[in-house]
Each structure stands twice: as structure tokens, then as C-alpha cells.
Write a protein that binds this ligand. Structure first.
Ligand SMILES: Nc1ncnc2c1ncn2[C@H]1C[C@H](O)[C@@H](COP(=O)(O)OP(=O)(O)O)O1
Ligand SMILES: [Mg+2]
Length: 194
């Protein structure tokens, strides 16, 4: 099962909500032929399907909380396997959200070659999410949930970055800059990946 994805590069794309992960991933897909898997998008697809599991997920996500680890991991692995034949590698966007998620991913799937840290300030993320909320239709792009997501991000995800810094695979890009300038830094990190 996970055999199909052996040897493919894995990039973790980490950053706060609204930092620009999805935007940069889209550009990496175009340039490198990687498959973009956003854990949030996979979960939202499940919600949209109207399944029992989806209804549960919706309640959790609307509160700005984290979905149980096994659920997210299973969905990511399924999606990776489904794309294995055409994929040059994988961009895992929005995962791991906490250190434990990273550890479980590695046990079950494999180790990342790079952790791309898309870094923007709190006020910038809030501003972008409020703007995105005007059109995204995302139930969690509202002021109250945004605040919770940011708090949770700082508490749970910053330790993830520290964890992978210890391995020397973290590359941080300044996502306050215009999209194309951010991408220049992203491409440099991907090109320099071992
Ligand atoms: N470098 C940048 N400069 C200005 N706006 C940006 C930006 N990167 C992303 N955005 C915009 C696009 C979206 O409307 C919003 C959130 O971006 P996103 O890619 O959806 O973030 P994420 O996937 O990290 O939640 O911000
Ligand atoms: Mg996103």
C-alpha cells in the first residue's frame, strides 16, 4: 500500500492560517509537478460529501479545533496512493499541525526531505483571512474562529518547526512579500533540497 509512494520526495508545508501555503503550493505544482495535498481541503471534501464522518468533522472544524490524528493521516495516505502513478513528489500542506502528527506520519508513510516554513505575521494572516472569507465560503474564515486558529497555531505548530529544525531540513520564507518574491525563495529551497 504505502509501497507505491516509496522513494518519492515529501515536503511539509507549514505556516499559520492565511500565511500563503496554498498559494505557494499551487506554484510549486506548476513548476515541479508535485502533487499538492492540503489536509484542510481533504477534510472539507469529506464534509461536502455529507457522510457521517463529514458531519463530525464539520463540527470540529467550525470550532477551530484539530481533527483526530488518525482521520487526517488516513485521508492523506489514501490521497497519496491515489496519485502515486503520476506524481513526482508530494506537498503536504497544513500537516503536521503538532509534533505527534509528524511522528505518526513518519511511522506510517515516510520522512520529509524539506519543511517549508511559510512565515507571515499575525496581523497579516488575520487581514488575509478576513479578505479570503469574503469569497471562500469557508465556515472557519470568520473573526472569532480565526483568532482561535491563530492561538492554536502558535501553541501547537511552532514546536513542529523546532522539532524539524533539529534535523536541519527547515527552510523559512518571508511570506509578507508579494507572491512572486515569496515563490523565488520557495524555489530556491526546493532546488536546494537533498
Ligand atoms: N504573499 C502574499 N501576498 C498577498 N496576499 C497573499 C500572499 N499569499 C497569499 N495571499 C492571499 C491569498 C489568500 O486570499 C490569502 C490566504 O492565502 P492561502 O494561500 O489560502 O493561505 P493558507 O493556505 O496558508 O491558509 O492570502
Ligand atoms: Mg490553505
Amino acid at each position: 500500500m504505502a509501497d507505491k509512494i516509496k522513494g518519492k520526495k515529501i515536503i511539509f508545508v507549514v505556516g499559520g492560517p492565511g500565511s500563503g501555503k496554498g498559494t505557494q503550493c499551487e506554484k510549486m505544482v506548476a513548476k515541479y509537478g508535485y502533487t499538492h495535498l492540503s489536509s484542510g481541503d481533504l477534510l472539507r471534501l469529506e464534509v461536502a460529501s455529507g457522510s457521517e464522518r463529514g458531519k463530525n468533522l464539520q463540527a470540529i472544524m467550525q470550532k477551530g479545533e484539530l481533527v483526530p490524528l488518525d482521520t487526517v493521516l488516513d485521508m492523506i495516505l489514501d490521497a497519496m496512493v491515489a496519485k502515486a502513478d503520476t506524481s513526482k513528489g508530494y506537498l503536504i500542506d497544513g500537516y503536521p499541525r503538532e509534533v505527534k502528527q509528524g511522528e505518526e506520519f513518519e511511522k506510517k508513510i515516510g520522512a520529509p526531505s524539506l519543511l517549508l516554513y511559510v512565515d507571515a505575521s499575525g496581523p497579516t494572516m488575520v487581514k488575509r483571512l478576513m479578505k479570503r472569507g469574503e469569497t471562500s465560503g469557508r465556515a472557519d474564515d470568520n473573526e472569532e474562529t480565526i483568532k482561535k486558529r491563530l492561538d492554536l497555531y502558535y501553541k501547537a505548530t511552532e514546536p513542529v518547526i523546532a522539532f524539524y529544525e533539529g534535523r536541519g531540513i527547515v527552510r523559512k520564507v518571508n511570506s509578507e512579500l508579494p507572491v512572486d518574491e515569496v515563490f523565488a525563495a520557495v524555489a530556491k529551497a526546493v532546488d536546494g533540497m537533498k
